[in-house]
Write a protein that binds this ligand. Structure first.
Ligand SMILES: CC(=O)SCCNC(=O)CCNC(=O)[C@H](O)C(C)(C)COP(=O)(O)OP(=O)(O)OC[C@H]1O[C@@H](n2cnc3c(N)ncnc32)[C@H](O)[C@@H]1OP(=O)(O)O
Ligand SMILES: CC(C)C(=O)C(=O)O
Length: 513
């Protein structure tokens, strides 16, 4: 491939350095297999010398993975390097990744070494690793904050010692794109043997610029490997997001002009797997993999996307592994999106006036309910409202008892026309007991399709609760809504409200017949 960008995934090493993201061997193996399906070029599987568990994880991944290079991190000392080599032994394609800090701050305060000692140790450890494998990456840790003259000296020496990839980390996320890109370019220009190695970027997201910096390292600096993680997982604020750099390079091929080996349709499955494994939720507005990345909630955008998708989408949801883009109906939606959804649901209304009436009801509902499901729309168009005077069933009183370890119990009094009913039942919970008590008298035979609770006044446990109950009977679907600060009372009201709608339809049908 002419000008290929190598994707080096470090979810299993730097990603695992996120507090709370540690993974077992089996979890790492599962993710490695998904990374192989995603066709990443290099999988950094762990830091073999860090623990027996990580050693075993690197070993298992090196044995299982055939299509990606498997890599282990190691400090610049013989023990770490030997452990990495041992864990990687037998792998189809493997790499040892050595690091040693080169910034004045790290050398003096952390390593407590002089620059000359660091220079020697870098050279010796690369040479040692090169005796064990043909693929050696060297990272001058905190490289971006290092003195460029010293860095050039070290990098030139490690290339001579056999390093095949030079990775320039912005370890603390201090870089800005133009400066980082120029930094890489300057190093490449100044070092005489720079073309003997592949140049790589590794950026952290402390200032939210990891992706921008990595792309500048490629575009301005001429790097041909990006180190990144799924969902941007990583130490502190994380690393460069794989999904974002990959889709940026693919979508803006006109600008970057680079080839990638990645199969983008595996991006969303990889994101989900990493999120489920680590318990790190992906924010809804996260680029590419967030739940809202291909969702449209406002009428003007929905209208545009329905007419021509590219009015508001620069990539196809299906291309990155979503099943489709989403038109999310809600209070900001317009008539065109609503009509389209009716069509998809197989509902054809007779006239524009009927569509308008249904749309008005839909807007009213959407003002009260944040999530509008397809079933809400079906209920809405099949439903007919019942005025207070037409109400057949009315709640009179409700009491319930629920104690830990005992089966909940409810007593309900309600009116049906001019009659009063006093009824009681047990149930799985107080709501179930109350609805069973009502049903034991009404005997509607209706099937409950949905029960949902929303807080109308938000933000605290003092909120008014709104319950929606959807019932189906005799081919009809109705929604009943009830509100009350007590969720059990709101549920009984919603149930009776749905029964009222079924009752009023039955009455009308009987009157017509
Ligand atoms: C920028 C990065 O992300 S680097 C990778 C960071 N990842 C991790 O640290 C996760 C895995 N780490 C570990 O499990 C442990 O820290 C180990 C096993 C590596 C080391 O544990 P310990 O031997 O107990 O040492 P500890 O972590 O307390 O201190 C690190 C030591 O390594 C030295 N060191 C740090 N970097 C390097 C390096 N690149 N090469 C050689 N020595 C190094 C430090 O100077 C310190 O040495 P000292 O003990 O003589 O002061
Ligand atoms: C080991 C190196 C590449 C690293 O993770 C960093 O410097 O952030």
């Amino acid at each position: 491939m002419a000008d290929k960008l190598i994707i080096f995934d470090t979810t299993l090493r730097d990603g695992e350095q996120s507090p709370g993201a540690s993974m077992t061997k089996d979890e790492k193996l599962r993710i490695a297999r998904q990374l192989e399906r995603l066709k990443v070029d290099v999988i950094e599987a762990g830091f073999a010398a860090s623990s027996n568990g990580d050693f075993e994880a690197v070993r298992a991944i090196a044995n299982a993975i055939k299509d990606s290079t498997v890599c282990s991190l190691a400090r610049a000392n013989d023990r770490d390097i030997s452990r990495a080599a041992e864990a990687l032994k037998g792998g189809a394609s493997t790499r040892i990744h050595l690091f040693l800090a080169t910034s004045a701050l790290h050398m003096e305060k952390k390593l407590r070494m002089t620059p000359d000692q660091v220079f020697e140790q870098a050279k010796l450890s690369v040479a040692f690793a090169r005796n064990l494998t043909g693929d050696v990456e060297f990272s001058p840790e905190d490289g971006y904050r290092s003195d460029p003259d010293f860095l050039c000296r070290v990098l030139e020496a490690v290339i001579d010692a056999g390093a095949t990839t030079l990775n320039i980390p912005d370890t603390v996320g201090y870089a800005v794109p133009e400066l980082y890109g120029q930094f890489i370019l300057d190093l490449r220009t100044r070092i005489p043997n720079s073309d003997k190695a592949i140049w790589s970027v590794h950026c952290h997201n402390d200032l939210g610029m990891a992706v921008a910096n990595s792309l500048a390292g490629v575009k301005i600096g001429g790097a041909r490997q990006i180190e990144c993680t799924i969902n941007g997982l990583g130490e502190r604020a994380g690393n460069c997001s794989l999904e974002e750099v990959v889709m940026a390079v693919k979508t803006r091929k006109d600008y970057f002009g680079l080839q990638l080996g990645i199969d983008p349709s595996q991006i969303v499955p990889a994101s989900r797997l990493v999120s489920q494994t680590t318990g790190f939720v992906v924010q809804p507005n996260k680029a590419v993999v967030g739940a809202n990345a291909f969702a449209h909630a406002s009428g003007i955008h929905q209208d545009g996307v329905l007419k021509a998708r590219d009015t508001y989408e620069i990539m196809r949801a299906e291309d990155v592994g979503w099943s489709a883009n989403k038109i999310v109906l809600g209070k900001l939606s317009g008539r065109n999106a609503f009509k389209q959804r009716l069509q998809e649901l197989g509902i054809s209304l007779e006239s524009e006036a009927e569509v308008n009436a249904a749309f008005a009801k839909f807007k009213e509902l959407a003002d009260r309910k944040s999530d509008i499901f397809d079933e809400d729309i079906v209920a809405l168009v099949m439903d007919e409202s019942v005025t207070a005077e037409q109400e057949h069933y009315r709640l009179l009183s409700l009491s319930q008892r629920s104690e830990m370890g005992e089966r909940p119990f409810a007593k309900v009094a309600f009116a049906a026309g001019s009659e009063e009913f006093h009824t009681e039942s047990e149930g799985n919970g107080p709501v179930d007991a109350s609805l069973k008590a009502i049903e034991s008298q009404v005997k509607s035979g209706a099937e409950m399709l949905l029960y949902s609770v929303n807080a109308i006044t938000s933000g605290s446990t003092e909120s008014q609760g709104e319950v929606t109950v959807r019932l189906q009977h005799g081919g009809r679907v109705v929604n009943g809504v009830g509100a009350d600060p007590d969720i059990v009372v709101a549920s009984a009201k919603a149930y009776l409200s749905a029964l009222n709608k079924l009752h009023s339809k039955n009455e009308r049908v009987a009157a017509q017949g």
